[in-house]
Ligand binder design. Structure first.
Ligand SMILES: [Zn+2]
Length: 293
């Protein structure tokens, strides 16, 4: 699923191509009945036609086209959604679910194999983005702000990182990567992190997101940018989908476990479970590895 670096890459690419352009025509495929969440599909297409795109913003993993007249067209790519900018019509796209003709003859083509993608047309941006937590790359997102988010939750720290209402934009790839960089076990309860660990995690989140953004995102499966190009950060990950391969830091095999229902990759030697969770079932193993490390 595209996360903050991937969605931000698309936003940056698309902004100069769509700002000031008017949507002449909007079409949604009848085979994607759940794509438009609100309003009805007919109303969405009718209301979008003739609107000028004033700005393109991002909030978490949402793309927000700010339209004249005060409404916002929100797009969530979810698992396999792709928003492609084409110089001509979207013909020939195999999994085309929606198409938008702009007044310069270019098109936005929404391609989505799995059909989990979602769009909204809302009067108030808060209706789709209001519940999202802070942006991790915002200057105002301080180590203290992260600490306050973590101390309220007893769930595994990985689960809190994935919770869009806690922090916006982080998904499975960058949660695993940030926890590895910060040397924190994904199962450690969020409220048991020390201030030092919270600071380290804050720095790690910003580091992995910034590096991935510089690499124009990670293309493990379906992600491509607005021009259809893959990112390159998948070649630089430390633990994500490297199960059984040696940790770059210590050589131990990277392990995969389930945390919060998601495949989670980590190095048990570099990321031992700390004392704070000594009562947990993995505490003994965590300490043993810690001693070895
Ligand atoms: Zn290691």
């Amino acid at each position: 699923m595209p996360e903050l670096p991937e969605v931000e890459t698309i936003r940056r690419d698309l902004l100069p191509l769509v700002r000031g352009r008017t949507v002449l025509e909007a079409w949604v495929s009848p085979d994607a009945p759940r794509l438009v969440q609100s309003p009805s599909c007919e109303e969405f297409c009718r209301a979008l036609a003739g609107r000028r795109i004033e700005d393109l913003q991002r909030r978490g993993k949402l793309l927000l086209f700010v339209l004249d007249g005060g409404r916002t067209w929100a797009v969530h790519l979810r698992m396999t959604g792709q928003l492609l900018h084409r110089r001509g019509p979207c013909h020939g796209e195999r999994y085309l679910r929606a198409a938008f003709r702009l007044d310069d003859g270019s098109w936005l083509c929404f391609v989505d194999v799995r059909k989990f993608g979602a769009m909204w047309l809302v009067g108030d941006m808060g209706a789709v983005a209001g519940e999202l937590g802070p942006e991790p790359l915002d200057p105002g997102f301080s180590p203290g702000a992260l600490q306050r988010i973590l101390e309220r939750r007893s769930a595994p720290v990985k689960a809190v990182l994935l919770d869009q209402k806690a922090i916006a934009g982080i998904g499975n790839i960058y949660a695993d990567e940030a926890l590895f960089v910060a040397r924190i076990n994904p199962k450690q309860p969020a409220n048991s992190l020390s201030l030092t660990q919270a600071r380290r995690l804050h720095g790690a989140i910003r580091q992995v997101l910034t590096e991935a953004l510089a690499d124009r995102g990670s293309s493990f499966r379906d992600y491509v940018d607005a021009a259809g190009r893959e990112g390159t950060h998948q070649f630089k990950v430390s633990v994500f989908r490297r199960t059984g391969q040696p940790c770059y830091r210590c050589g131990s095999p990277v392990q995969r476990v389930k945390v919060a229902g998601r495949s989670t990759h980590f190095c048990p030697n570099c990321q031992p479970l700390g004392k704070a969770s000594a009562s947990g079932p993995l505490a003994g193993r965590g300490h043993a590895r810690q001693a070895r490390g």
